[in-house]
Design a protein around this ligand. Sequence first.
Ligand code: HEM
Length: 119
Amino acid sequence: AQQSLYQQFGGKQGIADITEEMLFQVGGDERIAHHFEDVDIVRLHRLLTEQICQVVGGPCEYTGDTMKASHRNLGISTGDFNVLVEHLIRAMEKFDIPTSAQNQLLAKLAAMHNDVVEE
Ligand code: HEM
């Protein structure tokens, strides 16, 4: 039987595991870690998990702010954006998410690029 995109991500727990791993790696990457120094990471993890769950068609409601409002004035560049995506891909690989499922999420996140990046 064909699994839904949400199921291919391992449901809410699978998504929570992937975002945790991504944020952990981001925190250790000196290219972008400075952006997250004063951020409540537990809250960010919860919101990112909700958002990705919703984006992949899961039964979740994203309760955070818009991408444009929450990244305003953070000075995030396209390079920063690509580094975060790099860590997301590694995290998805670590949890054996099928490539076609990875690409479907990445396409949806790419559509947010202009709302996140300022330069
Ligand atoms: C498509 C890519 C991205 C998505 C889906 C995303 C998603 C989110 C979400 C859901 C929040 C929480 C919003 C809220 O507080 O209500 C957030 C906040 C934040 N994001 Fe992103 N983000 C992306 C890219 C980036 C990048 C590339 C950076 C920096 C390298 C970044 C840095 C931040 C920071 C610092 C906050 C916290 C802002 C604050 O609490 O004041 N984000 N992001």
